[in-house]
Ligand binder design. Sequence first.
Ligand SMILES: [Mg+2]
Length: 255
Amino acid sequence: MGSTLPIALPALQTNPKFIFFTDFDGTITQQDSNDFMTDNLGFGTALRKKGNEDVLYGRRDFRGSFQEMLDSVTTPFDECIDLLCKNITLDPGFKAFFEWARENNVPIVVLSGGMTPVIRALLAHMLGQEAADTLQIVSNDVAPRDGKSINEVGGWQVVFHDDSGFGHDKSLEIRPYASLEERPVLFYAGDGVSDLSAAKETDLLFAKAGRDLVTYCEKENVPFTTFENFSDIHETIKDIVAGKLSVKAAATGRK
Ligand SMILES: [Mg+2]
């Protein structure tokens, strides 16, 4: 620890006993920003849902499906951000959890299959610039297309974080923490197909009630508990941190 801390594990900097990894879209927010863009500016809901289902049932990988969704959106990037800021809302319990986590040395690491510039813009809009600057975010990026500017029609594209079939393989981020000999308790919260790679890596998984991740956990026998919003997560983690509840006892499955 301390000076020997590997730079690849930034969430260990404060010597935490617990680390909270989380998805962004549909988890910290109430709507998925990529789905919103695809449904309203791109090829529409029907094709998007078909793509998600194909990924969930293993008929294709997330990367290809996600790339197709975003390629169908040609709206300039700055206009996309404006539209998202007007339509995407924060989970009603997230702000209180975010503040509690900061006071109690529980680092929050956002692992997203979406795009970092979208996440930072939405966090700044919903939670303030300071939160947007301080939260650790590992996600895909955005780049200009064929000599265009990202703020032109057809001017931007997603740039994936890694070469995996997920585009961003969330398990790669969690595993270095999970394999430490003495390590913090690891939590993960998510809702959908972008979370499949992370689902088996942590000590306790929170899956959003009624969403695709619940189906997947049941299909794959991954222990989990469900949440309606961040107040549920907050209550459970507070009890675990206080020593009143074990992570095993908290993994109650579908309620
Ligand atoms: Mg999500």
